[in-house]
Ligand binder design. Structure first.
Ligand code: SAM
Length: 310
């Protein structure tokens, strides 16, 4: 299982380092590593960036003198936020930059991402994660991210929507430790990193049928994802899977798979955000009935006998 996503592959075995090496870094506020770029005090400075500002940015304070402002990737990130109608506080932007620093630091010890360029992290991880807001934006949500890895797309969504309840599900223990470190360091509330597999968690009463939105990026084929995700959705819940490349066959199979698990295909939306113009799409299903108890099947059966095969 697993697929390429911006050059990364699912990587459970063979990760470098071990848990004991990973506890570096400090808290986002009040100690630890210096924060890059931003010096504004998030508790007192209420000036926001993003929606409502011209893309050229009319920000005063530390931002205006920061070299970061002239960084094309940061400009593209902010332009993307603007297109999404997002209004970030300086604290949220600071959280993103701190998350990026920790991601790249931990990535030298455990395999979290194939992207090592800080500019690419902004676009291909953060903005790409937020692209889901093109088709799903709700004041309240209970979101499950299956196979969250280093937190994509769930954590960027949590940062911009602090009021959402978010569960990051990840099968690899070292990645879960990273997620817990970021959650704690950024002092995010109402978000948990759970160590486990989707096919097992879906059997637990507190998770089954309890989410308004389920997502997964770069984890499995669409048919497999629909089978993993549908049991977690409550009636009317949405599943959104970012994908790119030639999807004709995979999508047709994913559409057929939906009928087994009480879901219905809803939308295929191209991503139109700066720097993400390489054929990315958001594929969306809706839970329209109860998912039969027999789903999801075991991971090995799902990969050997995927639903929706002709
Ligand atoms: N979603 C992240 C991203 O896009 O950067 C990580 C993608 S990574 C290629 C796939 C991740 O899914 C791996 O970390 C793997 O451990 C996890 N995974 C694969 N199958 C899973 C399952 N059945 N349940 C939970 N996690 C799973």
């Amino acid at each position: 299982m697993g697929e390429d996503w911006d050059g990364q592959k699912e990587a459970e075995p063979g990760e470098r380092g071990h848990a004991g090496d990973m506890q570096g870094g400090g808290r986002f506020q009040g100690g630890g590593k210096p924060r890059p770029y931003i010096s504004g005090n998030s508790s007192t400075n209420t000036r926001n960036v993003g929606a409502g500002l011209a893309p050229a940015l009319e920000i005063q304070t530390a931002w205006q003198t920061s070299p970061a402002l002239f960084n094309p990737a940061l400009q593209a990130f902010l332009e993307g936020l603007y297109q999404l109608g997002l209004e970030l506080t300086e604290k949220q932007l600071d959280q993103f930059l701190w998350y990026r620093q920790e991601l790249l630091d931990w990535n030298t010890r455990i395999n979290l991402t194939a992207i090592s360029d800080p500019d690419e992290v902004l676009i291909k991880h953060f903005l790409d994660s937020l692209s889901l807001l093109m088709i799903y934006d709700a004041p309240k949500a209970r979101l499950l991210d299956i196979g969250a890895g280093a937190g994509f797309p769930g954590l960027p969504l949590k940062i911009v929507h602090p009021q959402w309840h978010v569960v990051l599900l990840e099968a690899t223990g070292k990645k879960v430790k990273f997620l817990q470190h970021i959650i704690e360091a950024l002092q995010l509330k109402d978000v948990v990193a759970v160590h486990g597999r989707a096919e097992e968690l879906a059997r637990k009463a507190e998770y089954r049928g309890s989410f308004t939105m389920v997502t997964a990026r770069a984890v499995a084929s669409l048919a497999a994802l629909v089978e993993y995700a549908a049991p977690f959705c409550h009636l009317g819940g949405q599943m959104i899977f970012p994908k790119k490349g030639n999807l004709a066959e995979e999508l047709a199979q994913g559409k057929r798979a939906a009928s087994y698990v009480g879901a219905r295909f809803k939308a295929d939306v191209p991503v139109t955000l700066p720097g993400l113009d390489d054929g990315r799409r958001l594929l969306m299903w809706e839970q329209v009935g109860k998912c039969p108890e027999q789903y999801p099947r075991s991971g090995s059966v799902i990969s050997k006998k995927p639903l929706g095969l002709l």
